[in-house]
Design a protein around this ligand. Structure first.
Ligand SMILES: *Cc1c(COP(=O)(O)O)cnc(C)c1O
Length: 353
């Protein structure tokens, strides 16, 4: 059949999300979800929801959430926009700041959705390679980003888990003549974050999600904050009712229970430390991680082989083919008991060799 699509649509395969298999007895460590349930407050609010309210549209700008999120980073409502997950915000940001004439600069490897969104816009992509051994950042990022209008720093980075040094990020924010988007999807698990740069610099947006640290990937809520002019511009191109009613109330219930969230995050960080230590003992190469996953290379370097072996044992992790990433697996840090099972399986596998 003749194609009626824009050439940009025909040219790409589309983003491939990590799978969501239905089998019950899986150890699912492939999409960086939180292994723990959201706050018990969410269950209470969910039970009180009135189905008749669903006939009404939600608050178009999710102002209660904007107040909550802006308060948490000591900014104002006008400095925050809420999205249907941060992927929704990424779509807005690419539509707003990239085009045929306005390239985007991204690091390689990083979140594989960025190049897909660029391709949909027809925007050129400037790739900045991380070090092929330890995934550290080059010093001359601003120079390498060339004439990009948007530069995305994922901090902690996915799928590698390491963080660009904060002083380097600050230097980039100061010197880069374009928008710097700091994607902090995993900052709950990191030693520090870059929220202050959204206040200090007019050209900086910081983006967060409730999907990872807050156990609410199924809810689809993310937010971005920065200069009010940037936020006002993004408001022009968002879908009118992009965050649904149920998500708005449940996100609020969850976000307000800070104590619970912190407790769960601390548990995951502790499990990350245990997994890190055990994998190193088995001869794995492990990239030091500030996120809720580890990027690891097995002793024999055969990451694809291990991916398949784990799969047959119903342990699902993520494999990214490619010259550099193909030597590694990305393993989400699961619950304590999932972790024990994973380590037991790997010990059997690598001790018998
Ligand atoms: C998970 C993730 C997102 C998307 O999060 P959602 O809010 O679930 O859409 C964005 N950026 C990075 C780097 C991620 O890993």
């Amino acid at each position: 059949m003749k194609s009626y699509f824009r050439k940009e649509i025909d040219a790409i395969a589309g983003y491939v999300p990590g799978e969501q298999p239905k089998a019950a007895k899986l150890i699912k460590l492939n999409t960086n979800e939180n292994p723990y349930p959201p706050s018990p407050e969410v269950r209470k609010v969910l039970a009180r929801l009135k189905h008749v309210d669903l006939r009404l549209y939600p608050d178009p700008t999710a102002d209660e959430l904007r107040d909550l999120f802006s308060e948490s980073v000591k900014m104002k409502r006008d400095n925050v926009i809420v999205g249907n997950g941060s992927d929704d915000l990424l779509t807005m940001i690419f539509r707003a700041f990239t085009s045929y004439e306005l390239p985007v600069a991204v690091f390689e490897p990083s979140y594989s959705l960025y190049p897909v969104l660029a391709a949909l816009q027809g925007a050129p992509v400037i790739k900045i390679d991380l070090d092929k051994e330890d995934f550290s950042y080059p010093e001359n990022i601003v120079e390498l980003a060339g004439n990009a209008n948007l530069l995305i720093i994922t901090r902690p980075n996915a799928p590698t888990g390491n963080c660009a040094p904060k002083e380097l990020v600050e230097k980039v924010c100061r010197e880069f003549d374009g928008i710097v988007l700091i994607d902090e999807a995993y900052s709950d698990f990191a030693a520090d974050n870059c929220a202050e740069f959204a206040k200090k610099f007019d050209n900086v947006l910081v983006m967060r999600t409730l999907s990872k640290g807050s156990s609410m990937a199924g809810l689809r809520v993310g937010y971005a904050f920065g200069n009010e002019n940037l936020i006002a511009g993004l408001m022009k191109l968002k879908d009118s009712y992009n965050v649904n009613r149920i998500s708005q109330v449940l996100a609020k219930a969850n976000f307000e229970d800070k104590t619970y969230r912190r407790k769960r995050v601390r548990q995951i960080i502790k499990t990350r430390m245990i997994l890190n230590r055990e994998l190193i003992a088995l001869g794995f190469k492990v990239i030091p991680s500030q996120a809720n996953f580890l990027f690891v290379s097995p002793p024999d370097g055969d990451a694809e082989g291990l991916f398949k072996t784990l799969r047959e044992a119903n342990i699902i992790v993520r494999y990214f083919p490619g010259e550099v990433t193909g030597k590694y697996l990305r393993i989400t840090v699961g619950s304590g008991s999932q972790n024990i099972n994973l380590i037991r399986f790997l010990k059997n596998l690598y001790r018998n060799e």
